[in-house]
Design a protein around this ligand. Structure first.
Ligand code: SAH
Length: 332
């Protein structure tokens, strides 16, 4: 395949066209990342020969829409696309304060969480930074980006970092790191590596359980990294970056939603710069049921009484297959 030009920073584009004046690379980068050009022929401020040279050597990655589902209630739009041949899903959520897009970082997933549809058809491959960007640009303009679609972003670490560098670049889309959330099931070594980068992003940890026993029963990664190690990494991350962590917790009936579970969770997170996002679990083919609303509120109140900032997340797109991996798994 030709080089995916969306994956290149301005200085890297410049290195590929060494005979051109330096400002050309920035012009090209702007066309790609600010104006979302879909072909080199659109780049009319470039000499014709250069446009032809670029067209012969580079490829502009695009999300090719296969299916689009729009939820009538709130306009949430789920896209099933192909990216260089692999199926990917992304979800566009419309809020009063601006749009958010949730993108996939891998085709399939290796993590095997029992409640999640993403890994049902196994793991195909990592997406490139260009393929992350193509999903975002398919929904442009957007204000917020969440890496919470299919795949484990920290299992595709280098491309995730490159994506953040590209999308926050002042000459490009210029999206603030503060508007980007990276969600992980808890890959401890990568949390330490990420801390070193001192990014302004929000790191979200999919916790879903207050004890190792429960966590291990639903998330295989919990056997590799017990809660103690995970929370130590989280504390380190918060100290290094001074950024508030988010903990995702899918309330599941009779599994993790009792007052005792809430108290254990509060103890676990005591003193940590964090926020807990409670979300009723989405039904997939696995046999998990969402916690009733009242039980969820009791759970939230216990966390709040223990000074843990907590919200019950509004679930958008419930009537379309907008839960992780649901749409894709109908195809793949
Ligand atoms: N691999 C990353 C990001 C992808 S999943 C991670 O694990 O965080 C995005 C979020 O959706 C995670 O918090 C995941 O645990 C959650 N999720 C997956 N399936 C779900 C379901 N059926 N109901 C509710 N949340 C789910």
């Amino acid at each position: 395949m030709q080089t995916e030009i969306l994956s290149l920073l301005p200085q890297e584009i410049a290195e590929k066209i060494p005979t051109q004046p330096k400002y050309r690379a920035e012009q090209i980068f702007e066309w790609l990342h600010k104006k979302n050009a879909q072909s080199f022929s659109e780049m009319l401020n470039l000499p014709k020969e250069l446009r032809e040279e670029l067209d012969a050597n580079f490829h502009i990655t695009m999300a090719n829409v296969i299916e689009k589902q729009v939820a009538e209630s709130d306009g949430t739009t789920k896209f099933l696309t192909t990216l260089n041949g692999a199926y990917a899903e992304s979800v566009l959520m419309r809020y009063k304060h601006g749009n958010s897009v949730c993108i996939s970082t891998q085709a399939g997933c290796k993590m095997g969480c029992k409640f999640c549809a993403s890994g049902e058809s196994g793991f195909q491959r990592d997406f490139s930074a260009a393929e992350y960007l193509a999903q975002v640009y398919n929904c442009a303009p957007v204000k917020n980006i969440v890496l919470m679609g299919c795949g484990e972003p920290l299992d595709n670490f280098d491309e995730t970092i490159r994506f953040i560098e590209l999308i926050t670049h002042p000459k490009g889309a210029n999206i603030s790191g503060r508007n980007i959330t990276v969600s992980t099931c808890g890959l401890v070594p990568q949390i330490y590596s990420l801390a070193e980068k001192r990014l302004q992003i929000t790191l979200a940890i999919s916790l879903h359980a207050p004890t190792d026993e429960i966590r291990q029963s639903i998330m295989p990664i919990a056997k590799t990294y017990p809660l103690q190690e995970l929370l130590t990494a989280c504390r380190h991350y918060a100290e290094k970056t001074r950024r508030r962590l988010t903990f995702e917790y899918a309330l599941t009936k009779d599994l993790n939603d009792s007052p005792t579970h809430a108290k254990t969770l509060a103890k676990l997170l005591q003193g940590l710069l964090c926020h807990v996002n409670l979300i009723p679990i989405n039904k997939t083919s696995a046999n998990f049921s969402p916690t009733p609303h009242r039980t969820g509120e009791t759970f939230a109140n216990i966390l709040l009484e223990n000074k843990i900032p907590t919200t019950i997340r509004r679930s958008l797109g419930g009537e379309i297959d907008a839960a992780c991996g649901q749409l894709r798994s109908k195809y793949a």
